[in-house]
Design a protein. Structure first.
Length: 142
């Protein structure tokens, strides 16, 4: 299940995907604990991470940070996986132009990758809608 997709263009994109979930997480953090992965497409390559873990609270904090960026027309939002092997940073400048930086470090090997996508403030409503849909499905109580 896709949580969200962010595209610079059809050839360059980022997808955060749930591959498994447990409804036994800490109720304070939304009650759901997920296993996921990231699929990244770039000009001439495609990459996929190994699995990592996160909970609804990670998604909710990212969602709230993106909402703040959209309200203030600039800012920075960060999504981390539970063990910090995945780091997705969205940074929007006051010009409306922005960048999504993706960094992944496999905790069980020396494998890592990083990439970035250029976006515009106008893409945030679509990302927010996708995240809100995820939070509604899994009944995150904010």
């Amino acid at each position: 299940m896709k949580i969200f997709v962010c595209e610079e263009n059809p050839d360059r994109s980022l997808e955060l995907i749930i591959t498994n979930f447990e409804n036994e997480g800490d109720p304070f953090f939304g009650g759901c604990y997920f296993t996921g992965k990231v699929k990244l497409k770039g000009s001439g390559f495609a990459a996929e991470t190994v699995h990592f873990h996160f909970d609804n609270h990670n998604i909710f904090r990212f969602y709230e940070s993106l909402r703040k960026i959209y309200r203030e027309q600039e800012g920075k939002a960060v999504f981390h996986s539970e063990s910090k092997e995945l780091n997705v940073t969205v940074h929007i400048h006051n010009s409306g132009e922005g960048i999504v930086q993706i960094q992944f470090k496999d905790l069980h090997s020396d494998d890592s990758f990083s990439s970035s996508l250029y976006i515009h403030l106008s893409t945030l409503p679509y990302i927010l809608e996708q995240l809100r849909h995820h939070l509604d499905i899994f009944k995150y109580c904010s």
